[in-house]
Design a protein around this ligand. Structure first.
Ligand code: HEM
Length: 121
């Protein structure tokens, strides 16, 4: 639980900072939003968080582009079935590629987060 909660969160934060460094337009926009909401306070209050909508979009886009867990924990199928044109028998170990799913251009999620860096994407 400790590793699941700390390593994933820190890795995501590092990627978020890296993405913002690569996209100065978004960096300026998110800094402006944080300053306008938090102001000169020395800490962020819980009620400030829902007011920072652009920051939330940046976090979501980072989770999509740079997932801390690329392959989801393996699963075993309970029943047989067809997936993506393949016949998958029951009791088969399945590995899900989260990275590929999160970059699937046909996904609605991809379309929604595309607007976050309008100049770069
Ligand atoms: C950016 C942050 C995080 C990411 C990307 C992440 C990702 C994941 C993923 C992919 C799984 C496996 C889901 C599955 O079963 O397929 C998982 C499970 C889990 N995560 Fe996280 N996680 C994050 C933050 C946290 C935090 C903050 C905590 C705890 C404080 C946490 C605790 C757990 C636990 C306990 C499980 C196992 C759940 C179960 O199988 O019952 N995670 N996480």
């Amino acid at each position: 639980m400790f590793v699941a909660g700390t390593d994933t969160s820190i890795t995501t934060l590092e990627w978020m900072m890296a993405e913002l460094l690569r996209h100065p337009y978004s960096m300026r926009k998110v800094q402006k939003e944080v300053r306008s909401v938090v102001g000169n306070k020395t800490k962020v209050d819980p009620e400030d968080i829902p007011k920072m909508e652009y920051l939330r979009c940046v976090v979501k886009k980072t989770l999509r582009l740079d997932p801390a867990v690329v392959f989801l924990p393996r699963r075993t199928t309970a029943t047989s079935g067809k997936r993506g044109g393949y016949d998958i028998p029951s009791i088969t170990t399945v590995l899900m590629n989260a990275w590929a799913i999160l970059r699937d251009p046909n996904s609605q999620m991809v379309e929604k987060t595309r607007r976050v860096h309008p100049r770069e994407v």
